[in-house]
Design a protein around this ligand. Structure first.
Ligand SMILES: Cc1cc2nc3c(=O)[nH]c(=O)nc-3n(C[C@H](O)[C@H](O)[C@H](O)COP(=O)(O)OP(=O)(O)OC[C@H]3O[C@@H](n4cnc5c(N)ncnc54)[C@H](O)[C@@H]3O)c2cc1C
Length: 501
C-alpha cells in the first residue's frame, strides 16, 4: 500500500499513533487544526502500563527523566488514613505513577516524532472526508483558507472529544454528563503534605484530591456538589483556599495559581471504534471521569493496539481482517475504564452522612487486606488489562495458565541472538510477534512467518512456566501458548491469525 495514513489531531493520542506507525516504516501525515501545541497540564499521570508501551517504542527514558515518581496513594477520612496503597508494589519495571503534565508529554512525544523525521502540520483542519471502500479521502483546510483533497489508505481520528470525524460518521456518543460541578486548580501549596503521593480526602462536604505535579506544585480537584446553574467564572485563589481549609488533611496554604478551571464529568463512548477505513481513537472514542486518571493513558494504549496491526496490513504482511480486532479489544477496555472511573467517582462524592459512614468503614476495613490492596494497585497501574475475549486470543490445548492467553506479557530477560536484545519488551520493538520458548529450545520459524514474527528463549520465572511456548503480540499481550511439542499447531494458528495478505 503506498498511500499514507492520515492522523487527524496531534494531541497525545495522535502523536503516539504517528510515532508507533513511523517506527514501523508506515508513510503518514499528522495534522492539527490548532496553530500551536496546548500548554494545558490536563492529564498528569503516566501509569506503568503506558510506560511499558513507551519502553517498547524505545523512548521511555526522556519521560522518566522529566517526570516525577509518585509512589503511593492515600485516601483519608479528613484526618485518618482509610487506605494507603504503595505503587512500588506494581508488577512492572516502572513501579510508580509518573507525574508529568500533559503539555510535557505532548512536547516529548513531538520531539520523538521529529527524531523519526515527522513534523506535525499545524493550522491544518480536517473539514470533511469520505470512505470510498478502497481509499479514504479527506478535505483539509490550511491556515490561508486554501483546501486540498487527498487520498489516504486509512484515517485515524485522534481529534479529541468533539471529534469532527465522529460527527461526520454520525455515530452515537452514548452516555451522560454528571450533574455535579468540579473545580481544578494547579497551585503551589505550603504545608505538611507528601509530594510523592496522591492524597484524596473524603470529607462530609465532598472530595478533595491533592495531586503532586513537581516540587511544591499540586493539582487541587474538588467536587462542588449539584450546582443549579453552571458558574462560568474561573475559580479564584480565595475559593481554592477555603476548600483547602474546609477539607484539607492539614493546614495548607495555596499561592501562585498557574491554571484554574471548572468542569463537569462526561461519561461517553462509541460502540464501534472502526468504520471501514476510519478508526476512532482516544477521546474521539471515549471520555470519562478523571478519577483514576486513565483517559489519556487509555487513548495512548488504543493507538499502540492499532499501530502494529495497521503497520502489518499496510506493508502487506497481514490480511486486513487483522484490523477487525481493534474495535472489540479497545471497546471492551473503554467500557471497563468507564465503569471503574464512574464507580470511583460515585463512591467519592456520596453526600448522605450515613452512606459516607458506611463507605468509610467498608473501605477502611477492605484497605487493610493486602490482597485487595494489590488488586487496587494492579487496576490503577493498568497491568490487569487483558484481551481474554478478543478474536486474536486463542485457547490452544495445554495452554499455560500463567500468563494466560489474552493477558499482559510481563517483561523478562531473554536471549535474542538476532538483535542482541536482552529483554522481551526490547525484542517487541521491531513490531513483530515474539515466539518465546521457556526453558526449551527456540523454535525454527518457517520463512513465510519471518516478516511478522521472531523467536527468542528464556528460562522459567514466577511469571512464565517451563516447557511452554508463548506467542507474544507486538503490544506485549499473550495471544496464545502451548506445550513446546505443539509448536506446529501454534505456528498454524499464527498463520491463520494474520491471514493471507
Ligand atoms: C482537567 C482535565 C484533567 C485530566 N486528567 C487526566 C489524567 O489525570 N489522566 C488521564 O489519563 N487523562 C486525563 N484527562 C484526559 C486527557 O486530557 C484526554 O484524555 C487527552 O487529552 C485525550 O487525548 P487525545 O489526543 O485523544 O485528544 P486531545 O488531547 O483533545 O487532542 C485532540 C487534538 O485534535 C485536534 N483537532 C480537533 N479537531 C480537529 C480537526 N478537525 N482537524 C485537525 N485537528 C483537529 C485538536 O486541536 C487537538 O490538538 C484530563 C482531562 C482534563 C480536561
Amino acid at each position: 500500500m503506498d498511500r499514507p495514513v492520515l492522523i487527524a489531531g496531534a494531541g497525545p493520542v495522535g502523536l503516539t499513533m504517528a510515532m508507533a506507525l513511523k517506527r514501523q516504516g508506515v508513510a503518514l501525515r499528522i495534522i492539527d487544526k490548532a496553530a500551536a501545541r496546548s500548554d494545558k497540564s490536563k492529564a498528569l499521570v503516566l501509569w506503568p502500563r503506558t510506560l511499558e508501551m513507551l519502553d517498547i517504542q524505545g523512548c521511555v527514558q526522556p519521560f522518566i527523566e522529566t517526570g516525577m515518581k509518585a509512589t503511593g496513594v492515600r485516601i483519608l477520612d479528613r484526618h485518618h488514613t482509610l487506605v494507603h496503597v504503595r505503587l512500588d508494589a506494581a508488577r512492572s519495571r516502572f513501579p510508580y505513577a509518573l507525574m508529568l503534565p500533559q503539555s510535557d508529554t505532548e512536547r516529548l512525544l513531538e520531539e520523538q516524532l521529529a527524531l523519526l523525521g515527522v513534523h506535525v502540520e499545524r493550522h491544518v483542519e480536517l473539514v470533511s472526508f469520505t470512505d470510498n471502500k478502497d481509499i479514504a479521502t479527506a478535505a483539509l483546510r490550511h491556515a490561508d483558507g486554501s483546501e486540498e483533497n487527498t487520498d489516504y489508505s486509512y484515517l485515524a481520528a485522534c481529534d479529541g472529544a468533539h471529534s469532527t470525524i465522529r460527527h461526520g460518521l454520525a455515530v452515537q456518543f452514548d452516555g451522560d454528563t454528571l450533574p455535579s460541578d468540579w473545580l481544578l486548580a494547579d497551585v503551589e501549596l505550603d504545608g505538611d503534605l507528601p509530594n510523592d503521593e496522591l492524597t484524596i480526602c473524603w470529607t462530609p462536604d465532598g472530595v478533595l484530591a491533592l495531586i503532586p505535579i513537581r516540587g511544591a506544585r499540586f493539582r487541587v480537584i474538588a467536587d462542588l456538589g449539584h450546582a443549579s446553574a453552571q458558574n462560568a467564572s474561573a475559580p479564584t485563589l480565595v475559593e481554592v483556599q477555603s476548600l483547602l481549609d474546609e477539607r484539607g488533611p492539614t493546614r495548607l496554604s495555596a499561592h501562585d495559581p498557574v491554571w484554574t478551571s471548572r468542569f463537569r464529568i462526561n461519561e461517553r463512548k462509541v460502540n464501534d471504534y472502526r468504520h471501514g477505513r476510519i478508526f476512532l481513537c482516544g477521546d474521539a472514542a471515549h471520555i470519562h471521569s478523571p478519577a483514576g486518571g486513565q483517559g489519556m493513558n487509555t487513548g495512548m494504549q488504543d493507538v499502540i493496539n492499532l499501530a502494529w496491526k495497521l503497520a502489518m496490513v499496510w506493508h502487506g504482511r497481514a490480511s486486513s481482517e487483522l484490523l477487525e480486532s481493534y474495535s472489540p479489544e479497545r471497546s471492551a477496555i473503554g467500557e471497563q475504564v468507564l465503569r471503574n472511573a464512574g464507580t470511583m467517582t460515585k463512591v467519592a462524592i456520596v453526600r448522605n452522612p450515613i452512606l459516607q459512614e458506611i463507605r468509610n468503614l467498608a473501605v477502611g476495613a477492605l484497605g487493610r487486606i493486602s490482597a485487595l490492596r494489590q488488586i487496587l494497585v494492579d487496576q490503577l497501574t493498568e497491568v490487569d488489562l487483558h484481551y481474554h475475549h478478543s478474536p486474536l486470543t486463542r485457547m490452544l490445548p495445554s495452554a499455560s495458565p500463567k500468563p494466560a492467553p489474552g493477558e499482559r506479557a510481563p517483561d523478562l530477560p531473554v536471549n535474542h541472538t538476532d538483535s542482541g536484545a536482552t529483554r522481551l519488551h526490547e525484542v517487541l520493538a521491531d513490531g513483530k510477534f515474539a515466539l518465546l520458548s521457556v526453558s526449551a529450545p527456540t523454535i525454527k520459524l518457517p520463512d513465510a512467518l519471518k516478516a511478522i514474527a521472531t523467536t527468542t528463549g528464556t528460562v522459567a520465572t514466577d511469571d512464565y512456566r517451563a516447557g511452554y511456548i508463548y506467542l507474544i503480540r507486538p503490544d506485549a499481550y499473550v495471544a496464545m501458548s502451548t506445550k513446546t511439542e505443539n509448536r506446529d499447531l501454534l505456528l498454524a494458528e499464527l498463520q491463520a491469525m494474520v491471514g493471507t495478505a
